[in-house]
Design a protein around this ligand. Sequence first.
Ligand code: NAD
Length: 354
Amino acid sequence: MSKYNIAVIKGDGIGPEIVNAAMDVLTKIGERYNHTFDFTQSICGGIAYDKYGEPLPQESLDICLASDSVLLGAVGGPQYDNLPYEKRPERALLGVRKAMGLYANLRPAKIFPALAGACPLKNPKNIDMLIVRELIGGIYFGEKGIRQGKLGREGYDVMAYSEMEVERIGRIAFELAQKRRGKVSSIDKANVLSTSGIWRKIIHDIHEDYPDVQLEDVLVDNAAMQIVRDPSQFDVIVTGNLFGDILSDLASQCVGSIGILPSASLGETTRGLYEPIHGSAPTIAGKNIANPIATILSAAMMLRYAFDLQEEGEAIEKAVEKTLNDGYRTADLQEEGLSVLGTKEITEVIINNI
Ligand code: NAD
């Protein structure tokens, strides 16, 4: 019997509801496959600001650093929008990612056949892409501030990428492509940004070590268009922090709803952070209508990547697929003639399918 210590950040908005769902699913997996998952709560985000005046108290960060892996819901809410930047809930996330050294964010966007009707595209074909987003560099982490400029006050954010940062994320993308369909699309804005110039050069340099992988460069504006025109052309997409943030939301809509997209954030060790790609959805919080599938699939990614429990991860993915095939939906995926269940109820169906 194996035991795993999981730090749990429920966060704000729908965070507690969806994380509770994923914990229940993991507990069922533990019973079925004889593992123990010990959950330790780490209070981060708006709830931590309310309680301690800090979005990421040291004690909460220490719980994450001492864990085997971290499961996260989401943070943020309109009541925190006017706080100084350093006190905002989102700072907690950036802080945890940075402290854990999680530089690679993997965001698979794959269409479930049962959800073809929820896809807003006319001919969705087979969408199965993996977005590899650099997570702890680029504009989100550059020098920023507000200063007096020639035209009055101006805000500024510095975007920089070092060769080392590009190389390590690029290698992850090429290695993942080798295990998939062998194609990497590197997204940049090299016609305008010098950051992208470095990005493109390094990606091409390291490509020489992966001759079995096909590489293409795509400018970010064209990439947005291509994802809507024909998302099936993409296998692995590798890109920086800002472009990856935006393009993965776009890709999520192509597969039905942001409520079903999981993610894994990885660094040099097996300890990672697993979270849905969506935010705290404050307007639907506490109503038992949030879709827990993205968080449940994030838990499946944790089993696969952090604990190398492939069969157990697959059991969760299959249970989700069966639930959708059987016609069960949450409100965000509502289709005529299909049963709409609440967060708790659809979680029960998924658990019963394990
Ligand atoms: P959001 O992802 O929370 O919501 C976007 C839309 O998708 C909303 O209509 C929402 O109701 C819907 N939605 C999201 N998740 C859903 C789910 N599981 N089931 C059903 N519908 C779902 O993005 P937003 O509205 O731009 O941001 C809300 C708050 O979340 C903000 O404070 C933002 O800063 C924060 N945020 C946090 C994270 C994170 O914690 N990783 C990521 C993005 C945004």
